[in-house]
Design a protein around this ligand. Structure first.
Ligand SMILES: [Zn+2]
Length: 601
């Protein structure tokens, strides 16, 4: 079926009059059309903030057209929720290209043009971040347009995305404890004990939620939506990852800190989070004061810096923190480890003098790219510069951008320039990694910040004996440990390099007669510090091998009477290749070398 948009709107959209009460939640209305092509042409400027555009025809083929009406009160979190909805729609359709299209006719309660444009830009940026091939039609113009909608039953879907827009509040225990009236203990248990179960028939084989279940890495429970539970096997992977991460930071002269999860509201007012970010924050009350769960680690880290005096000779000061942060996400968009409400940021703050920016950023880029290389990720970098609305002086921005650009240029690495896409408080470099499936993920970021040092009066004593403002960098390598783990699980389909594998080897005797020898081999490996299991259960050998394969164990050592007599092991790797005749010691040396070099299998 091919039809014009008028036809589509006529059949798909029900325009119900909206009750206009002041308690109403803001909504974002979208219409998703899976299309063979969309053609549009800017005809006439309408909005005062219309973007620059040429009056020429643009054609996008094989695309999900995302018609969007931004309503009063819509914000970034609604924008992201809408894109999540579209991304999930596109996954079902196996579509990869999206065209974000401003379309005022889905609502009668429209946002102002500035607000609308910023929400549309947020949608565009976030869709890119999710790895979608993203286009956005120019804002503020009357456009002539034509669309050919595909003729399958799922091609057209309209959605209303809501956000309550109020700060989320965690009640104190005293307030929360009274049991909801009429609910029996059994009824409560039936809800609170519920755990998500994943079905291999319904999910792709490399879905990290499914693999996490098969390998016993982590789980998800209704008692804490969006907050993953890590099991022993998952913690092994996380701790190995963090062990290496710490080693990399130690070598680069960082020091470690840890700051509280709950901090007084006034701190968040000073930092500006109360003003700009409170819709994504959780609050609680202790005694008579209001507190917030931190959505970012900076204010805590800053308090440590402020607690001592610093000379120009002490800088740069590089402090890393594995900070557990909470950020509100709509319940409908929570998804495994990728969209959570609680995660661990592998954060660091670097306090420095202005003349140190380039060298410091070079160091951070080297650290980040070196880390990605270990997992075989390809990556690209993007530099985002001063947006129209920004704080700070021209001189500060010039120095900051010069510093970042200088670092990229001195390394001679390619990068994409996003003019005007920086944060309002400073320019940034983002890292997008590409996984084995060709999807890209924004993970690392290097963010120069000129506001926090002002807000918190962060000074150092210069060689001239006078106080000077420090420059601050916020940066992450993995971004979120949880999300990075999810990416790793899918990237390797659970077949982790041996240094990360929760179980590195399983010893399986061919028959009961060999179980003593199997235990002896197991003890040898265990003594060398490897994670090994000896499967002396009563199951058949074939069952044991399949079970170990299911758990993606890198090496299965099968021992029978021949091996026992020779004092050897038969080593089967994850490709199914078997090598006979190696002594346990030879296997140990080979395994050590693979772990040492962090070999990717
Ligand atoms: Zn920070």
């Amino acid at each position: 079926m091919s039809c014009t948009i008028k036809h589509v709107v006529g059949t798909c959209i029900r325009r119900e009059p909206r009750p206009q009460t002041k308690f109403e939640e803001p909504e974002l209305r979208i219409l998703q059309l899976h299309s063979d092509y969309v053609e549009y042409e800017p005809v006439k400027k309408e909005a005062p903030n219309a973007e620059d555009a040429e009056k020429k025809k643009i054609r996008v083929e094989d695309v999900v057209l995302l018609l969007t009406s931004v309503e009063k009160g819509d914000d970034a979190s609604v924008a992201r929720a809408a894109v999540d909805e579209t991304a999930s729609f596109m996954r079902k359709l196996k579509a990869s290209r999206v065209l974000v299209y401003p379309y005022a006719h889905l609502s009668s309660d429209l946002a102002g043009p500035a607000e609308a444009l910023s929400v549309l830009k947020e949608m565009e940026a976030y869709a890119r971040e999710l790895g979608l091939d993203t286009r956005r039609a120019v804002f503020g113009w009357t456009k002539r347009f034509k669309v050919a909608v595909k003729g399958h039953p799922l091609a057209e879907q309209s959605r209303t995305i809501r956000s309550d827009g109020e700060p989320r509040r965690i009640d104190t225990v005293q307030e929360r404890m009274p049991v909801k009236e009429g609910k029996s203990l059994d009824e409560m248990k039936s809800v609170v004990f519920r755990q998500a179960k994943y079905d291999s028939e319904k999910l792709p084989a490399n879905d990290h939620r499914l693999i996490g279940q098969q390998m016993d890495l982590y789980s998800f429970h209704d008692a804490a939506p969006g907050m993953p539970f890590f099991h022993h096997n998952g913690m092994i992977v996380v701790n190995e990852l963090l062990g290496y991460w710490r080693e990399v930071h130690r070598r680069a002269d960082y020091v470690e800190a840890r700051t509280p999860i709950i901090l007084n509201r006034q701190l968040w007012e000073i930092s500006g989070h109360w003003d700009k970010y409170r819709e994504n924050m959780y609050f609680t009350r202790i005694d008579d004061d209001e507190y917030a769960l931190k959505p970012m680690n900076c204010p805590g880290g800053i308090l440590i810096f402020k607690g001592a005096s610093h000379s120009y000779r002490d800088l740069p000061l590089r402090v890393y923190e594995l900070g557990i942060v909470h950020r509100h996400e709509l319940s409908g968009v929570l998804s495994g480890l990728f969209r959570v409400r609680c995660f661990t940021q592998d954060d660091a703050h670097i306090f420095m003098r202005e003349d140190q920016i380039t060298d410091e950023v070079v160091g951070v880029i080297r650290l980040i790219t070196g880390f990605y290389g270990v997992f075989g990720f390809e990556y690209r970098m993007e530099l985002s510069t001063r947006p129209q609305k920004s704080i700070g002086t021209d001189e500060q921005w010039a120095a900051a951008e010069y510093g970042l650009r200088g670092a990229l240029d001195s390394l001679g690495v390619p990068y994409k320039l996003n003019p005007g896409d920086g944060a309002f408080y400073g320019p940034k470099i983002d890292f997008h990694i590409k996984d084995a499936m060709g999807r890209t993920w924004q993970c690392g970021t290097i963010q120069l910040d000129m506001t926090m040092p002002e807000k918190f009066d962060l000074d150092y004593m210069g060689a001239d004996g006078q106080p000077h403002r420090v420059v601050m960098v916020h940066r992450t390598v993995m971004g979120s440990i949880e999300r990075f783990l999810g990416i790793l699980v899918e990237h390797f389909s659970g077949k982790f390099p041996v240094w990360l594998a929760p179980e590195q080897a399983t010893v399986i005797p061919i028959s009961d007669k060999n179980s003593e020898y199997a235990s002896k081999v197991g003890t040898l490996l265990d003594g060398e510090g490897f994670r090994v299991r000896v499967d002396n259960t009563s199951n058949t050998m074939n069952y044991k091998v399949r079970d170990a394969q299911h758990r993606r164990v890198p090496y299965i050592l099968v021992v029978g009477s021949k091996e026992e007599a020779e004092g050897t092991v038969a080593v089967r790797d994850r490709t199914g290749k078997v090598e006979y005749g190696a002594t346990p010691d030879q296997f140990i040396q080979a395994l050590k070398a693979k772990i040492e070099s962090k070999e990717i299998n």
